[in-house]
Design a protein around this ligand. Structure first.
Ligand SMILES: O=C(O)[C@@H](CO)OP(=O)(O)O
Length: 245
């Protein structure tokens, strides 16, 4: 049986401040650091071992991965970082407070921006300082790959490409993999793996810092999934109470 562990980074300072984050490189909050430590402890206690770990190029996910590997005494395993695992790009909403944005544009519009699959938030202008296409960490992107905004569908395309080209071949030869990523990146991956229809994904939220285990068959189709708590797997369908802001 093939098993892959997904984890959303611990709470970030902008989760705490309730701000749209996207590709903004904010760090973990003190609570997020502790969530990551607990996740590592849980995985270690449950006897998980990884051969490789994958994350984005954003420090809240990288640090979560590092803390987990440190707790598991696995800092020696290969680590891979890719922009394709970055959070969904939130365009011109990045940095804005979510509650204030809902007051300004209405709850319905903000819900569409946050949870529809095909509505893109307002795009960034290339002259905006938040447009970081020339930053060193993005120098390997091809022309046109750096987003100005993204829908969940856009995010799903790049995440699934990474899954199919990089993760799936390793899983198929029996490697044990950890993926430390972001709320919408993981929603997009789960949508793809579980073949969730466009109208079935709005209510799916992934809590920060909770290991989510997917058991897969030889074709890498999911058999079942569950969150891991300190006493082992949570009953199927249980969504831990720690929900995203
Ligand atoms: O701000 C963001 O980048 C994401 C994740 O925190 O927010 P949301 O849950 O609203 O998609």
């Amino acid at each position: 049986m093939i098993r892959v562990v997904l984890i959303r980074h611990g709470q970030s300072v902008w989760n705490l401040e309730n701000r749209f984050t996207g590709w903004t490189d904010v760090d973990l909050s003190p609570n997020g650091l502790e969530e990551a430590r607990q996740a590592g402890m849980i995985l270690s206690k449950q006897g998980y071992v990884f051969d490789a770990a994958h994350t984005s190029v954003l420090k809240r996910a990288i640090r979560t991965m590092w803390i987990i590997l440190h707790e598991m005494d696995l800092t020696w395993i290969p680590e891979f970082k890719s922009w394709k695992l970055n959070e969904r790009h939130y365009g011109a909403l990045q940095g804005l407070n979510k509650a204030e944005t809902a007051v300004k544009y209405g709850e319905e519009q903000v819900h569409l921006w946050r949870r529809s699959v095909d509505v893109r938030p307002p795009a960034l202008d290339k002259s905006d300082p938040r447009y970081e296409a020339s930053a060193p960490r993005y120098r390997n992107l091809q022309k046109g790959e750096f987003p100005l905004t993204e829908s969940l569908d856009d995010t799903e395309r790049r995440v699934v490409k990474y899954w199919e080209e990089i993760i799936a071949p390793d899983l198929s030869i029996g490697k044990h993999i950890l993926i430390a990523a972001h709320g919408n990146t993981l929603r997009a991956l789960v949508k793809h793996l579980d073949r969730i229809p466009a109208d079935g994904i709005a209510d799916l939220n992934i809590p920060t810092g909770m290991p989510l285990v997917y058991e897969l068959n030889e074709q890498l189709s999911p058999i079942r999934h569950y969150y891991l708590g300190i006493d082992g797997e949570l009953p199927e369908g249980t969504i831990p109470s720690r929900m995203p802001s």
